[in-house]
Ligand binder design. Structure first.
Ligand SMILES: Nc1ncnc2c1ncn2[C@@H]1O[C@H](COP(=O)(O)OP(=O)(O)O)[C@@H](O)[C@H]1O
Ligand SMILES: [Mg+2]
Length: 285
């Protein structure tokens, strides 16, 4: 389409402007580990992310307005409302993992949230906590305090983003738990529309924006296997890669195993076969 203007590239998505109010987000099959995009793609990964995000957008409309307008026949292109994105990432954690676990060990707190003593790695938190981060233009996002986040976006917007993020997480975590997947934590991106309303944008509740754990293997006191990226992480650990650019090429069995896990996550969560999605992406709506 000639009227489409390419306006940017993220790690995973290509962004196009459709007109003054609408954008097209095209999810590629690129995969990043430790924030480095690898030279090898995972076939259909972009379709899984697109379908899953659209599935959640459709089911969370009553909690929070979102940017979704339509998904295209290719299964990887999302037509959405153009938003003025907030400069913070809205992270919700329901379990103690990653940087949260590190901070807790050092201080008994995660981003200013005082937690009970004696929690183990991967333990479920008494209640989900909101731990905003800055959007790093390159490299790792940085955790910030509630006060810093409120300064960046304004007190009122901050409070609203926090309330919506926790509500969205709680809904999705309950839903996923019933389907054998623990959503340990997740990241939302909100933007403001032309009327000044806070709207959920980007992707949401996908394996790329969340930590998905297989519920049947869950055992606190250690790190949990990642639902989607475990094969890639294990492979990377076996090489002598130093986790900076450029990353290693992935062998065929790692690609196939990873693709299968992404599709499995899609099918478990949506209850829809991925072939059905490929035939008609609108089945998730
Ligand atoms: N509705 C929207 N309006 C404007 N920008 C958006 C919208 N939804 C998502 N974006 C932006 O599009 C980009 C998505 O590309 P992605 O590859 O996911 O980027 P990243 O490398 O930051 O994860 C992000 O910068 C995100 O903030
Ligand atoms: Mg992204």
């Amino acid at each position: 389409m000639s009227e489409m203007v390419h306006v940017g590239s993220g790690k995973v998505r290509e962004l196009y402007a459709l007109d003054a109010e609408r954008m097209l987000l095209v999810a590629s099959d690129r995969i990043s580990v430790f924030d480095v995009v690898l030279p090898t793609a995972i076939p259909d990964k972009g379709r899984v992310l697109t379908g899953l995000a659209a599935f959640w957008f459709t089911r969370t409309r009553n909690i929070c307005a979102n940017h979704l307008l339509a998904i295209r026949k290719d299964g990887r292109s999302t037509e959405c409302r153009k938003l003025e994105m907030l400069s913070i990432e809205c992270v919700v954690r329901g379990y103690l993992a990653g940087s949260g676990w590190k901070d807790y060990q050092a201080s008994g707190e995660v981003c200013g949230h005082r937690l009970p003593a004696g929690l183990r790695e991967s333990d479920r938190l008494p209640q989900p906590i909101f731990t905003p981060a800055t959007k790093a233009t390159s490299g790792h996002d940085e955790n910030i305090t509630t006060a810093q986040a409120a300064r960046l976006v304004g007190e009122k917007t901050f409070a609203e983003a926090q309330r919506l993020s926790i509500a969205l997480y709680q809904f999705a975590a309950d839903y996923a738990r019933g389907r054998g997947i623990i959503i340990a934590d997740t990241k939302f991106e909100f933007g403001v529309d032309r009327e000044g309303r806070l709207v959920l944008g980007d992707e949401a509740l996908t394996p790329d924006s969340s930590r998905f754990w297989p519920a049947d293997e869950y055992a606190p006191g250690r790190p949990q296997p990642s639902y989607d990226k475990q094969f890639v992480r294990d492979f990377c650990e076996r090489t002598d890669w130093n986790k900076t650019y450029p990353g290693p090429e992935l062998p065929a069995d790692v690609v196939a195993g990873t693709r299968a896990r992404y599709i499995e996550a899609f099918e478990k969560l949506t209850g829809i076969s991925f072939d059905q999605y490929l035939a008609d992406p609108a089945v998730v709506l």
